[in-house]
Design a protein around this ligand. Structure first.
Ligand code: PEP
Ligand code: CO
Length: 447
């Protein structure tokens, strides 16, 4: 981090994965307007998340970070927001009830609108077009106009994030997340499945426990903890102009916070130690994440720890390993050992999605549930071997009945991929596959 860090000091560093905005003046105008708009979250909330993640770093809690690969401006409805929250609440209940640890719940939601791409352009029907970079930047529609980066989208992303967060706050504090409603979170297409039935049995047990507690005088009226949950937002801090414009100085501490979300992460493609993304996130007070792929070395991990969390604050830094099912134990163990021996209080999370993506015969990008679960098992095994705490999972999912990832208890085959392939970017687990994953992770946690 530069000695005189400022929200704009990233501008002196190489910034990869930034769109080629065609009109500088229009970009400046949009950023200027963003910088005058209210923050989406406030610093105290971000600090609360750091504290909660500190518990994870300490082996006393588990992180569930999940949501869309990319949110969409088009699929933006109250039901959609409710369903996305619902599946995370269901998974969290499965994990905490079965494994008996508190679950820190963080959505990839209310801001996850920008995507890094492996190529700047793609060929569509013989025509070379700019790649889709998320609705914050351009449209997925493969036309020259659709793919031209448009800074108005930065403002639309802000406003959609604000509305989404508003509804999420209402749901999690206003009664929807009340423990007595665990049955209601089970959606129709999920409840009819084997995973859904398993969930129903667990919900019955929770009901019974709640009745018992009520008989003892403990209910959600006397215990707000049973009535509401803490739910946090996160996204990849990719488009640095947007993040800078929403970075504000906390009046209480004088520290800078990126108020576009509670937690921000750095992607695998933007984690260069001297790069703009690391420079920017090193200076904000939020809890931050950094994706790490199979090519990273122990020294590079230690350098990231030193740059991003020099004061070794527990909960400040989550390293999200996305190694691939075959590589995970080999690649991860030396990194865990290095962090442990250097005494860095890392939250280690497993992203079992991005190292297991491939293109199916029909041309669809997909992932197999078996590989996803294998990477998670390898992640837990690595931690067992190194004596470190498997802190959490980072999952791309939706509660919808999509056919994007192969496998699962009610198996999805190659030929099914076209049926309901709805993602804007990477393939997501559907509601049943997500719930099944939660049960499997709970088993691993219990051991
Ligand atoms: C993502 O999380 O959608 C993503 C692009 O991940 P990664 O940076 O790990 O490739
Ligand atoms: Co993705």
């Amino acid at each position: 981090m530069t000695e005189t860090w400022a929200p704009s000091s990233w501008r002196d560093r190489p910034a990869v994965q930034q769109p080629s905005w065609p009109d500088d003046a229009a970009l400046e105008a949009a950023l200027k307007q963003l910088s005058t708009l209210p923050p989406l979250v406030f610093a105290g909330e971000a600090r609360n998340l750091t504290t909660a993640l500190g518990q994870v770093a300490d082996g006393k809690a588990f992180l569930l970070q999940a949501g869309d690969c990319a949110e969409s401006f088009d699929a933006f409805t109250a039901d959609g927001i409710r369903d996305r929250l619902q599946i995370i609440l269901q998974m969290a209940i499965v994990l905490s009830y079965s494994a008996g640890v508190p679950i820190v719940k963080v959505g990839r939601i209310a801001g996850q609108f920008a995507k890094p791409r492996s190529a700047d352009t793609e060929l569509v029907g013989g025509v070379e077009l700019p790649s889709f970079r998320g609705h914050m930047v351009n449209d997925i529609l493969p036309t020259a106009a659709g793919r031209t980066p448009n800074p108005e989208r930065l403002l639309q992303a802000y406003h959609q994030s604000a509305s989404t967060l508003n509804l999420l706050r209402a749901f999690v504090k206003g009664g929807f997340a009340d423990l007595s409603r665990v049955h209601e979170w089970n959606q129709q297409f999920v409840s009819s499945s084997r995973e859904g039935q398993r969930y129903e049995r667990l919900a019955d047990e929770i009901d019974r426990a709640l009745r018992f507690m009520r008989a003892c005088g403990i209910d959600s009226e006397t215990q707000p903890n049973l009535h509401e949950v803490d739910f946090f937002t996160s996204h990849e801090a990719l488009i640095l102009g947007y993040e800078e414009a929403l970075t504000r100085q906390d009046s209480l501490t004088g520290d800078w916070y990126d108020c576009s979300a509670h937690m921000l992460w750095i992607g695998e493609r933007t984690r260069h130690p001297g790069g703009a993304h690391v420079e920017f996130l090193a200076g904000v007070g939020n809890p931050i994440g950094c994706k790490i792929g199979p090519t990273i070395t122990p020294d590079e991990v230690l350098e990231l720890c030193q740059t991003l969390n020099p004061h070794r604050q527990p909960g400040r830094l989550t390293l999200i390993a996305r190694m691939g099912a075959d590589a995970v134990e080999d690649r991860l163990r030396p990194l865990l050992a290095a962090g442990r021996d250097a005494g860095h209080p890392v939250v280690w999370a497993c992203d079992p999605m991005h190292g297991n993506t491939y293109t199916a015969e029909g041309g669809r990008k997909t992932r197999h549930v078996d590989a996803v679960l294998r990477e998670i098992s390898g992640f837990f095994a690595s931690h067992r071997a190194e004596g470190t705490w498997p802190g959490g999972v980072h999952i791309e999912l939706t509660s919808d009945d999509v056919t994007e990832c192969l496998g699962g208890v009610e198996e999805i085959f190659d030929a099914d991929l076209d049926t309901r392939y709805e993602t804007m970017c990477d393939p997501r687990l559907n509601g049943r596959q997500s719930l099944d994953l939660a049960f499997q992770v709970a088993e691993l946690l219990k051991r």
